[in-house]
Write a protein that binds this ligand. Structure first.
Ligand code: XMP
Length: 511
């Protein structure tokens, strides 16, 4: 395993992904992970990520001694480089100029740069820089503002780069990471999706035996791929449960039913529309809505699984589509109390309430890896490339109280927006798009009549992971067409607006 130690950079997960994309297994641990945690992963190489701190600050994260005692190659990136230099007695100082963006890197002959040109573009993002190298280190790459942009020690076991090889703005960045892992650390390739699928299938069969597994199917990519994997592994002993909350998009339930019928997988569909709507009656606060939906979901799921348990007797497991970022997220938030903006843990508490053991086949995977598995297992493209959809569904896209009427209007308007995006080849170009129902009314004129109706807001964003987002610059002509269609076709709407705020300061969803 390539162990990546996290010093807090927003790019840390990318390092892990890039290394895996090249066919080498990598995992992420916090910088202050214990020696045992690191050793348990059989580390072959260590990468220290970037981070926001300065090495000379009090309480700055540092390079633990045991890392050096492992006697395996180390690559420090940005802050990782600086903390290595600091550790070995070199000098790091505030740079006279903050370096952010492209820089041209000139490199020397070195295994790290094997097969690369002598000069190429790299991505810099730092305000401190190395001023003096420690004993035994020398320069293998420099840029105009960073004379020590890439360094190594004499034995070639410790490397550091000031730029970010993990971001796509660095030309050959992935190649540099691959060189480090394969040339410097001499690691053999050990990560291939098809092998992973084989392994997981065998593992699930071994763990589950002849017992049964239930699974909450949302229709999203992750749970759909889990359902597919379980089907391959244990066939009819896997029971996916789909809860119709009534807060889904137009025809969504039918589409999920249809898709899984085509895949030859039986699913249990629970119609809980009334129950959700009743519980949401009169509730306007977004977090309150999330709570109610979460609890209602757990209740419905619990009751359904108890009925199934009565029927079959041998249900022993609950499968979940938990992904690696979720695991990292919850580990991070265990360590530090982040300001609570929104609760995204829709069904937290579900596993505790159910008398089943948990199976999480994707707990070490990233979303695009799960997409790859879906593709290999034959999940239709339209399901693989579906935009993210929040657990509380349309409830957080209807501002204020959720009513039947608002749901109907929103479903219809949203459907038109998405349909047009697809028709105009724009759906795959935005990260997420949807309509929002605003419970205010404005005056309009249609034909010779005055109208006094609701407003629909359209939202489309480009993002990498939903943490930050830019509003999508959709063509005016396109927006014009969507707005016209919505006002003409959706009863109760006479005005359409387009949301042009990015995240931050806004969030993607309106609630
Ligand atoms: P925000 O609105 O926080 O959204 O900028 C970021 C991403 O998360 C989704 N989202 C949620 N997902 N439960 C979820 O499962 C939630 O309560 C929730 N709130 C927002 C949102 O759709 C976007 O993709």
């Amino acid at each position: 395993t390539v162990v990546v130690l996290d010093y807090g950079s927003q790019y840390t997960q990318l390092i892990v992904r890039r290394v895996r994309e090249k066919g080498y297994y990598a995992e992420l641990l916090p910088w202050d992970a214990s020696k045992e945690e690191v050793q348990n992963l059989n580390p072959v190489a260590i990468i220290l990520s970037g981070g926001p701190a300065s090495v000379f600050e009090k309480d700055a994260p540092f390079v633990p001694d045991y890392i050096l005692e492992l006697n395996i190659p180390i690559l420090g990136i940005c802050y990782g480089l600086q903390s290595l230099v600091h550790k070995f007695g070199g000098i790091v100082e505030k740079s006279p100029k903050r370096e952010f963006g492209h820089a041209v890197l000139k490199v020397k002959d070195d295994p790290l740069f094997e097969g690369l040109p002598k000069e190429f573009d790299v991505w810099m993002s730092h305000s401190d820089r190395v001023e003096k190298l420690p004993e035994g280190f020398f320069v293998i790459g420099e840029s105009e503002n960073s004379p020590y942009a890439a360094i190594r020690n004499k034995d070639g076991t410790i490397y550091g780069v000031q730029f970010h090889p993990e971001v796509t703005h660095t030309s050959f960045g992935d190649k540099i990471l691959e060189n480090f892992v394969s040339k410097v650390a001499s690691m053999e390739k050990n990560w291939k999706m098809s092998d992973f699928i084989e392994e997981k299938i065998n593992e699930i069969r071994k763990v589950v035996g002849n017992d049964k597994v239930i699974l909450g199917l949302s229709g999203g990519v992750d749970s759909s791929v889990v359902a597919l994997l379980l089907d391959k592994a244990i066939g009819k002993n896997s029971i996916p449960i789909f809860v119709d909350t009534g807060l889904l998009r137009l025809n969504e339930r039918q589409e999920v039913e249809e898709n899984f019928r085509k895949l030859g997988i039986d699913i249990v569909v629970v119609d809980a529309k009334e129950r959700f709507l009743n519980n949401l009656k009169g509730v306007e606060d977004p977090e309150e809505k999330r709570k109610i939906i979460g609890h209602t979901f757990i209740d419905v799921f619990y009751e359904t699984s108890m009925k199934l348990l009565e029927k079959y007797g041998n249900i022993k497991y609950l499968a979940q589509g938990t992904l690696y970022p979720d695991i990292i997220e919850s580990k991070v938030s265990e360590r530090k109390a982040a300001a609570k903006i929104k609760t995204h843990h829709n069904v937290g508490g579900l596993p505790e309430k159910l008398p089943f053991k948990i199976i999480e086949p994707f707990r070490y995977l990233f979303k695009d890896e799960v997409r790859k598995i879906g593709k290999i297992l034959g999940l239709p493209d339209e399901m693989i490339n579906r935009h993210p959809f929040p657990g509380p569904g349309l409830a957080v896209r209807i501002i204020g109280e959720v009513t039947n009427e608002a749901i109907k209007i929103l479903q219809h308007a949203d459907h038109i927006f998405i349909e047009e995006l697809k028709k105009n080849d724009l759906y795959d170009k935005v990260w997420q798009a949807f309509a929002v129902f605003l419970p205010i009314r404005s005056v309009g004129v249609m034909g010779d009549y005055r109208t006094y109706d609701n407003v629909i807001a359209l939202r489309a964003v480009n993002s990498y992971d939903g943490m930050t987002a830019d509003w999508s610059k959709l063509p005016h002509e396109f927006l014009n067409k969507v707005a016209k269609r919505i006002v003409n076709e959706v009863d109760g709407v006479n005005r359409v607006v387009y949301d042009i705020t990015s995240k931050p300061p806004a969030t993607i969803e309106w609630e």
